[in-house]
Write a protein of this length. Structure first.
Length: 298
């Protein structure tokens, strides 16, 4: 009786005789239409999601730029507070206000220049031209920005090199104090500080490099050696000779290349590709330094 009741029900709704071709085609068309609409809906969702991700990245970059500005202004405020503490009570008030205004103008110029660099609105040469007139006050702010940038090398490698280029084009007197301070700090900042000193090619500033020649950091040692040679300071030669024994192929290649140029193209038998066979060549380099290398720049 149950089965008979089911058939009566199907007959009542027109399905007892089975689904016709027309009904099948109509149902298939409805299915295809729904599938097309679902695909279009999913495509629109994907487009909206991609747009959302792009806007989020733009916002993140903007936040980073603003963070740089805030950090620069904070450093400026700190410097101004220190100046005010050291200012004699007899100093003329109007004169002090003029000095503060100048420092504020420098901070604004530095922050605008850095934003221009990050957004590719200005070139490094244009940034140098903008900041060179205020180099002495701008240098501490730029070195502080360099500290922040080297902590995020994966994102800001090009930006770091831009900051190094700007500082390297200032006068030695303008950058000496903040760069010397950075040389004594751990991490990548000291390597970039040493490169700046080397680019300056200033014998007086190079004396700050000599303080760190006993370093055990091989990467720092190599950069120190090269920077000292750029400044015509023979104290860099023993550092480069030490680098000849490095386990790192690139370090050996760079070290012998610099030493070879100091010795009229002679390598004294050293081969960077055969570190195990270089003991005799390294001794020759040590003898050359003791006999001639020490006085090569005199």
């Amino acid at each position: 009786m149950k089965k008979y009741g089911v058939f009566l029900f199907l007959a009542g709704v027109g399905c007892a005789s089975g689904v016709t071709r027309e009904e099948h085609d109509a149902l298939k068309k409805r299915y295809d239409d729904l599938e097309t609409k679902a695909g279009a809906h999913n495509g629109k969702q994907a487009s909206l999601y991609a747009d959302l991700v792009d806007k989020h990245e733009q916002l993140s970059r903007r936040v980073n730029d603003l963070d740089s500005v805030v950090k620069i202004l904070e450093a400026t405020v700190k410097r101004l507070e220190e100046k005010l503490k050291n200012t004699s009570t007899s100093t003329d008030t109007n004169s002090r206000k003029g000095e503060d205004l100048k420092a504020s103008d420098v901070a604004t110029r530095v922050s605008e220049t850095l934003i221009g660099l990050k957004t590719s609105k200005i070139t490094v040469d244009e940034a140098i031209a903008q900041l060179k007139p205020v180099a002495k006050d701008a240098s501490p702010l730029l070195v502080e920005e360099l500290r922040r940038a080297v902590r995020d090398m994966a994102r800001a490698g090009v930006y770091v090199n831009q900051l190094v280029a700007i500082l390297s084009n200032f006068s030695p007197e303008a950058v000496r104090v903040p760069v010397t301070q950075a040389l004594g700090e751990p991490g990548l900042i000291r390597i970039y500080a040493a490169r700046i000193v080397g680019n300056l090619r200033d014998k007086e500033t190079a004396k700050a490099l000599e303080v760190h020649t006993a370093t055990e950091d091989e990467d720092f040692r190599l950069v120190l050696g090269e920077a000292l040679i750029q400044c015509r300071n023979a104290a860099g030669i023993p550092l480069l000779i030490l680098c000849l024994s490095s386990k790192n192929f690139d370090t050996r290649v760079i070290a012998i290349d610099i030493l070879r140029r100091l010795h009229q193209g002679e390598d004294l038998g050293y081969r960077a590709t055969k570190p195990e066979d270089n003991a005799a060549a390294i001794r020759k380099w040590e003898e050359w330094y003791r006999s001639l290398g020490k006085s090569i720049f005199e």
